[in-house]
Every structure is written in structure tokens, then in C-alpha cells.
Design a protein around this ligand. Structure first.
Ligand SMILES: Cc1cc2nc3c(=O)[nH]c(=O)nc-3n(C[C@H](O)[C@H](O)[C@H](O)COP(=O)(O)OP(=O)(O)OC[C@H]3O[C@@H](n4cnc5c(N)ncnc54)[C@H](O)[C@@H]3O)c2cc1C
Length: 416
């Protein structure tokens, strides 16, 4: 069996690693020039994704992923607060299995040992399916690649899915975001809101601005000591604070796409006008080269994610179930898809089933869990839209404070 994967992102590379480990011939194409040419911040991987990676990656590579990650110790609580960095609700987290890793280090690690199976700078443009089900993928430079199965792991706006479904299956949510990193030197550390030392926070402010804030410091919440990874070296990053305001698209005073990195930091400061002064001082210390603008798109969680007849072409990850990062579920769900698809493809390779039936079984199984991840990721955006009115903010803040009091009371009752 030969499998062609379009997209060397998180899902596509996990699939390639899993198949290669089982002796399946695989080739992966990505339009990026190199794994590191992409952007991205810290990804959050839940227990199912962690188990899937442990199952599908060679042991030394899995150890290197763990050694490049921050563990659950940096995510003991999730807090909801206001723009003055006052905590309104603080929720205890019990998922000790969670792993946090930068998108670029994870992507670089997942390329490990794939060698000549990897084709960077290779932009997929279309595909043809032969009478016998074999697939020919076509690329922008005029080259082609042939295989028995084609998997679109080409992320949001997937060309593979657009061809299969006849149109894009994701839509704009109307919410856009900026995100930037502040290097955590001694001065910056002193400015960090106290609640962030025990986990991420969602702060809501006037004008429909909700900000996701988190620290990423793999070294101080180490899972595996990087020094022990000798076969596959770990890729740790310098510690940083991530700030990411999200708001309705018409709430931006200027269009972010017209701005360079320094302009985007300035826009962030504008959006945070009236917020806690120490926090604004932190934002002013952002490395301009790390700031990016994102438009959140999402699949319809009530629609069939794979609305095409099962054959020898399928898709996984954001390509079929795009979701905003507000649920922290995109990468985990793509990894889970890769794990599930590997299992079904191996059954076809071993003659237990046919390829179309294997892909159908994958699509059915994925359709059972992925829409819930999309739904969960969309929920904070609905809140954000509700809070964007002038009166809605003080009312919403009061409602959150009341919910916080109720949950503290519940905690005390349970403890007594
Ligand atoms: C630049 C970027 C930054 C991100 N940053 C974050 C973040 O900081 N935090 C977070 O939670 N989530 C982030 N995400 C989303 C998160 O990475 C995804 O939810 C998750 O990785 C889903 O995995 P995936 O494999 O489905 O898609 P992705 O990991 O997005 O991979 C898709 C890949 O397909 C490639 N591709 C697209 N079109 C073509 C084509 N025509 N031909 C060849 N290759 C193609 C892309 O270059 C990309 O490498 C980011 C996504 C991107 C693309």
C-alpha cells in the first residue's frame, strides 16, 4: 500500500509516522519551504492525543516530544477574569496527562527520520482517481505522485476537501484574533498576573475583547529531562507569555493585515486600552516578529464532515473539521484522526477489509467525536459576541462574578 499525504502539519505528520512505523510506503507533501517556516504558538494536547502519539511514534521520538513539552504542572487551574486582571472564576484542572508544546518544535520533531518521504515546497493543486481506485496527485510545479490512497491533511480551506465536497466546508466565524509572544526575562516575569503561574486565563474586557493569556515554559514544568534524549534531541523553546485578544471583525480600529509586527503590537496595545497597566507594559515588551493575525473559521458541527462517497481519498484534521483555537482542541483532534486512520488503513493493508470500507469506517468514527470538539471550540465565541455590546460587558462581568461566588461556595461545601 502506498499512501500520499497532503499537508505536513500536525495530523499529516502523525499519520506518516504511524504508517512508516508499520512498514507502509508513504509520501508527504507540504507547500511550506521547511517545517520551521510556519508560524504558531503553544499547542495543547489532551490525554487522547498523548496516548495516540505514544502509540504511533517510535519510542525515542516520543521521549523527545515529551522533553520538548511543558506538563500539567503549568496548568493546574483555568481562570476567567476581567480586564483589570481580577479573577472572577478559578477552575481546578484534573487532566494531569496534558502536554503543551510549541507548534514549530512539534512539527520539526514529527519530521524526524521521514527522510525522502517528505516533500517541502510541494503545493498540491488537484488529483485524479483511476478506474482501479489508484490516485494521482498533482502539484504546482507540474510534478505528480501516485499512490493507492490520498489523504488531505492540508488544514483549514483544504483543497483536497474542496474538490471532494465540491465547495469549502468551513465558514468564517466573524471573530478574529491577534497573538504575540513576550519573552519572559526577569523584568517581564515581575509583571505577569499572578494567576498565570498556575495556568492559562481568559480575561474579558469592554468592547467585546476577550484575551487568552498563558505562559509557556517547558523547562520549569518539565515532563522528561531534555538531557536524557540522546537519540532524538529535544527542541525546547525559551519561555514566553502568549497574549491573544479575539474580537468581532468589525471591532478592530484598523485592519490588521495592513500592519507589520510593530504595528500589530501597537494595535494590541490599542485593544487593551484601559486594561491593567502592568499587563499593558508586558504587551509593550512583545517581540514584534512573533505577532500574527488570525481569522477564525469553523466547520458546521451539525453537518456531515465528509459529505462524499467513500473511495480511496479522504481527509483529516482541520481540513474536515476546522475549529477556532478557543477550545484548544484542533491539534489533539487531528492527532486522534491520524491514529484512527492508521488503524483502519492497516486493516486494509492486511486484507481484513477493502480500502474504501476502511476509509468509510474512519470517516464514521471521526464523525462521532470531531463535531463535539468543533462545538466546544465555538462556545467561547458565542460568549464573546454576547459581551460585545456596551451594556453587555458590565452585565456579563457581574454574571461571571456571581458564578465564581457560587462555585467557591460549592467547593467549600464539598470540602466540609
Ligand atoms: C500557521 C499556523 C499556526 C497555528 N498556530 C496555532 C497555535 O498557535 N495554537 C493552536 O492551538 N493552533 C494553531 N494552529 C492550528 C493548529 O495547528 C491546528 O488546529 C492543528 O495543527 C490541526 O492539524 P492539521 O494537521 O489538521 O493542520 P495543520 O497543522 O494546520 O497542517 C496543514 C498543513 O497543510 C499544508 N497545506 C495547506 N494547503 C496545502 C497545499 N495546497 N499543498 C500542500 N500543503 C498544503 C500547510 O502548509 C500546513 O502545513 C495553527 C495553524 C497554522 C497553519
Amino acid at each position: 500500500m502506498r499512501v500520499i499525504v497532503i499537508g505536513a502539519g500536525i495530523g499529516g505528520l502523525t499519520l506518516a509516522q504511524g504508517l512508516r512505523r508499520e512498514g507502509v510506503d508513504v509520501s508527504v507533501h507540504d507547500r511550506d519551504a521547511r517545517p520551521s517556516t510556519t508560524g504558531g504558538y503553544r499547542l495543547h494536547l489532551g490525554a487522547l492525543a498523548r496516548d495516540a502519539l505514544a502509540r504511533r511514534l517510535p519510542a525515542a521520538l516520543w521521549q523527545a516530544v515529551l522533553a520538548s513539552s511543558a506538563g500539567g504542572a503549568s496548568f493546574r487551574r483555568f481562570t476567567f477574569g476581567d480586564h483589570r486582571m481580577r479573577v472572577l472564576i478559578s477552575e481546578r484542572q484534573d487532566d494531569g496527562e496534558r502536554v503543551m508544546i510549541g507548534r514549530i518544535p512539534l512539527r520539526e520533531l514529527l519530521c524526524h527520520d521521514l527522510g525522502d518521504a517528505l516533500h517541502f515546497g510541494s503545493e498540491f493543486t488537484g488529483h485524479r482517481v483511476g478506474r482501479d481506485g489508484s490516485v494521482t496527485a498533482e502539484f504546482a510545479d507540474g510534478s505528480t505522485d501516485e499512490g493507492h490512497v490520498l489523504v488531505g491533511a492540508d488544514g483549514v480551506g483544504s483543497r483536497v476537501v474542496t474538490r471532494l465536497a465540491g465547495a469549502r466546508t468551513d465558514h468564517p466565524t466573524g471573530i478574529e484574533s491577534l497573538a504575540g509572544r513576550v519573552p519572559l526575562d526577569r523584568t517581564a516575569r515581575a509583571l505577569v498576573p499572578a494567576q498565570l503561574w498556575s495556568g492559562p486565563a481568559l480575561a474579558i474586557g469592554p468592547g467585546g475583547v476577550g484575551a487568552f493569556l498563558t505562559l509557556h515554559d517547558p523547562v520549569t514544568s518539565m515532563i522528561v529531562d531534555p538531557a536524557t534524549c540522546t537519540t532524538v534531541p529535544a527542541r525546547t523553546e525559551d519561555p514566553y507569555l502568549l497574549w491573544a485578544p479575539g474580537l468581532p471583525a468589525d471591532g478592530f480600529p484598523v485592519r490588521p493585515e495592513d500592519l507589520d509586527g510593530s504595528g500589530l503590537v501597537g494595535l494590541g496595545l490599542d485593544l487593551f486600552r484601559g486594561w491593567d497597566p502592568a499587563f499593558r507594559e508586558l504587551v509593550a515588551r512583545t517581540d514584534p516578529s512573533t505577532v500574527a493575525h488570525f481569522r477564525f473559521r469553523a466547520a458546521n458541527p451539525d453537518a456531515d464532515p465528509t459529505p462524499w462517497p467513500a473511495g480511496t481519498v479522504t481527509a483529516l484534521g482541520d481540513a474536515v473539521h476546522a475549529m477556532p483555537p478557543t477550545g484548544g482542541r484542533g491539534a489533539s483532534t487531528a492527532i486522534r484522526d491520524a491514529d484512527v486512520l492508521t488503524r483502519h488503513l492497516l486493516a486494509a493493508r492486511d486484507g481484513v477489509t477493502t480500502t474504501p470500507l476502511a476509509l468509510h469506517a474512519f470517516e464514521e468514527e471521526m464523525g462521532g467525536y470531531a463535531p463535539d470538539a468543533v462545538r466546544e471550540s465555538l462556545r467561547p465565541l458565542a460568549w464573546q459576541r454576547r459581551l460585545s455590546g456596551r451594556l453587555a460587558y458590565p452585565l456579563g462581568r457581574a454574571a461571571l462574578a456571581a458564578a465564581g461566588t457560587r462555585s467557591r461556595h460549592r467547593d467549600r461545601t464539598l470540602q466540609s
